[in-house]
Each structure stands twice: as C-alpha cells, then as structure tokens.
Design a binder for this molecule. Structure first.
Ligand code: NAI
Length: 302
C-alpha cells in the first residue's frame, strides 16, 4: 500500500533528535522525501552537542529505503531558510511542507531572565519559525501566480507553555504563544493560494523534557504515552494531501489522545453604552471574572 505522503517533499527543522527525528522517520515511512535540518546543539542551544545528528537521521532514512538530505544550518538564519527550500527543490524537485520544530529552552523566572537568554529563546523559536516558512511561502506564491495547483503545508510547533503559560519559562511561553497566533495569520493569509497552516503542541519524552520535572515513566508492557513516535502520525497526516482544508488549527497530542485547542475568547461582556469612569470599573471587572469559565492555570502556578 502506498504511504500517506507518497510524492510529497517536506523540510523538518531540528530533526536530528527527539520529536523532529520521530517526524522525519515517520514521514519517510509514509513515502515523503525529507530535508533533515539540525544544527546539532544541546537543549540550551550549546554548540556542537549533537554534531552530525542530521546526517545520522538521513542515514537511517536511506537504510530503510527512503530519500532524505541533510542540512546543518541554524534555523533562525534568514539565508539558511532559503538554502533549505533550495535543497528540497534541487534534490527532490518540489516542496510541499515545512515542519517547524527546532528549538531549545533556557528556563528562568521572569525576574531573573537575562536579555541574552530572552533573545536566544525568542530567536530560535519565533525567528526560527519565520525564516524557512517565509522562503517556502515565497516559492508557493510564485507557483500559485504561475497558475500551478499548490497544495502545501506549514506545521508549527507550539506548546502547552505557549497556550496557558508556564512558570519559569517566560521567554519560551511567549515564543510558543506567538507561534500559535502566527499559525492563525498564516492560515488566513495563504489559504487562497493553497497553503494550510496548523500548529501542534506535542507531549513527549525527549532530552528537553526528560529532566525529572515531569512523570513520564512507563509501566512494563503498557502503552508508552510519552514516546516521541506517538506524535509522528499527526504530522504525517498534516503533511499529506488528505489534510487539505484543515487549517488554522492548534492541536495538542498526548499519546493516543488528540485535542483541538480553542483560541482566546472575549465572553462574557458588559456594555455600559458610554465611556467608563476609572473609578467604576472595579466591580464590573470582578463580576466578569466571576462569570467566566476559569482559564487553565499556568503550568507550575500555585
Ligand atoms: P530536542 O532537544 O530533543 O530537539 C530539538 C532539536 O532542535 C535538536 O536536535 C537541536 O539540535 C535542534 N536545534 C536547536 N536549535 C536549532 C537551530 N537554531 N537550528 C537548527 N536546529 C536546532 O527537543 P524536543 O523535545 O524534540 O523539541 C522539539 C520541539 O518541540 C521544540 O520546538 C520544543 O520546544 C517543542 N516541544 C516539545 C515538547 C516535548 O514534550 N518534548 C512539548 C512542547 C513543545
């Protein structure tokens, strides 16, 4: 039986380890040709930590009969994004999907976060989500303008930290929240030219999360809820032609449990029909707070 992604070409960033590796292998198993990007850094962005990781994943894909090429660029480098798109076109003749996954954490409470830590985390996630997709979008727009049928995908990586906040992760949560919103804008802007954009908040045991802070143990013989490979089928589906029309969504996935996240909503409301006096707002605000569904607390909030 042909794979779900037969004939498709995808770039997966940060695909040398953890989730990205699971996505690249899962996509290849479904017949997708893959540009495997990874800079080979540590969980805090330290240089050289997993050097050669992209090439090793490419070797694995080739060993299973798939097609892949490695790219070892920094995902937040503007020209690197162009090189990745060119790698797809030069090696495989087309590009159908960008899976933005690369990233690292530098956890700090907001009140001790240095400007360098802030910038590094914002850069790798937010700018990292911009560069490759932006070059890919330019390619798809040109294709669309030339009258070609575009059926392309952007798959972004957000996080529970971005959707509800996470104590000790102010920069990371900010970046991941921004990525969820970016997904909405990309979906709204590019639907007409045949590009869908969706985001995934994964849950998996990787070197990023296997720090002892989360209970990710698995009992002997039980379903391993936190295996990174559990996240790969949704990515393969979203990359595939089958997911056409599914766009602007934020999925959360945990083991075999899939959730559709809802965006900000502005209900309940109170309308005075005139400008408020500052001094009258306190009871109105407190009533609104009382009437609404309580939001999920930030991770780690007490
Ligand atoms: P990981 O540390 O195992 O993998 C991240 C990969 O990104 C590494 O191979 C690293 O070398 C690469 N990378 C880092 N900076 C890069 C750069 N500038 N250019 C190219 N590659 C770079 O971590 P994991 O857990 O696989 O994380 C993947 C994504 O999923 C990240 O965006 C993370 O924030 C997100 N995520 C993970 C969750 C989990 O449960 N593991 C939960 C929510 C989000």
């Amino acid at each position: 039986m042909p794979g779900l992604c037969e004939g498709r070409v995808a770039i997966v960033t940060g695909a040398g380890n953890g989730l990205g590796k699971a996505y690249a292998l899962g996509l290849a198993a479904e017949g997708c040709k893959v540009v495997v990007n990874d800079l080979g850094v540590g969980t805090h962005g330290e240089a050289g930590e997993t050097k050669g990781a992209a090439e090793r994943v490419v070797d694995e894909i080739r060993a299973m009969g798939g097609e892949a090429v490695a790219n070892t660029d920094d995902v937040a480098d503007w020209d690197a994004g162009k090189r990745m798109v060119e790698a797809a076109l030069d090696n495989f003749g087309d590009l159908h999907a960008v899976v933005n996954n690369a990233g690292f954490v530098r956890d700090r409470m907001f009140f001790t976060c240095s400007p360098e830590e802030w910038d590094a985390v914002i850069r790798v996630h937010l700018r990292g989500h911009f560069c490759t997709s932006r070059h890919a979008a330019e390619y798809w727009r040109a294709q669309s303008k030339a009258g070609k049928q575009v059926d392309a995908r952007i798959i972004n990586t957000t996080s529970g930290a971005g959707l509800q906040g996470s104590v000790g992760q102010s920069a990371y949560s900010t970046a991941k929240g921004g990525i969820a919103t970016l997904t909405l804008v990309q979906a709204a802007e590019m639907g007409r030219m045949g590009v869908t954009a969706n985001a995934l908040a994964p849950n998996a045991r990787t070197r990023m999360t296997d720090t002892g802070a989360f209970d990710m143990d698995v009992a002997e013989g039980a379903f391993d809820v936190f295996a990174p490979e559990n996240m790969a089928p949704l990515v393969a589906y979203l990359v595939s032609a089958q997911s056409a029309g599914v766009t602007g969504q934020v999925f959360e996935l945990k083991g075999g449990e899939i959730f559709l996240s809802q965006g900000w909503s502005d209900s309940p409301s109170f309308d005075k029909g005139a400008r408020f006096e500052a001094s009258e707002l306190d009871p109105i605000v407190r009533k609104l707070l009382q009437d609404r569904e309580p939001a999920k607390p930030a991770y780690g909030a007490r």
